[in-house]
Design a binder for this molecule. Structure first.
Ligand code: HEM
Length: 131
């Protein structure tokens, strides 16, 4: 069989947002900023009372990962199961997304990309918001 692809470079896969933002290291910086914003917000602090910090960090990484489409396969609890005991309000959900947008802005991400990211998170609202 003739190899018609010989000598032809493989088509570049469209980079994920994760790659566009600069990969693991850049995203790590966004996670840190995001984490500070969420924990400094008096309206959000109660949700995280008693949640250990490792778990919270993991939460932030997952959250960012979901937004950027860079998650390793996720085998944890469903979004509904993970959040239903928290009675997350629509307002709280909105605040968290706003803090993510703020962290991304500070990290130099352009507005259009931030809009795309926010759109990706929106469908999760119906699973996470239960109050
Ligand atoms: C798109 C939005 C969100 C995503 C992708 C997300 C993702 C996750 C994931 C993956 C977990 C871990 C589940 C586990 O380890 O079993 C989790 C737990 C948690 N999430 Fe979220 N989350 C979102 C929004 C929120 C919001 C808006 C709040 C609060 C205002 C919140 C508060 C928490 C807390 C407190 C936990 C820990 C629960 C526990 O350990 O008992 N999350 N979230």
């Amino acid at each position: 069989m003739t190899d018609t692809t010989a000598g032809t470079p493989a088509p570049a896969a469209t980079p994920t947002l994760f790659e566009q933002l600069g990969g693991e290291e850049a995203v790590g910086a966004v996670v840190d900023l995001f984490y500070d914003k969420v924990l400094s917000d008096p309206d959000l602090q109660p949700y995280f009372t008693g949640v250990d910090l490792d778990r919270l960090k993991q939460h932030q990484r997952r959250f960012i990962g979901q937004a950027l489409g860079a998650t390793r396969p996720y085998s944890g609890r469903s979004m509904r199961t993970a959040h239903e005991h928290l009675a997350v309000t629509e307002d709280a959900f909105g605040r968290v997304v706003t803090h993510l947008a703020g962290a991304l802005t500070e990290a130099g991400v352009d507005e259009e990309t931030i809009g795309t990211i926010a759109q990706r998170l929106l469908p999760l609202k119906q699973e996470i918001v239960t109050a």
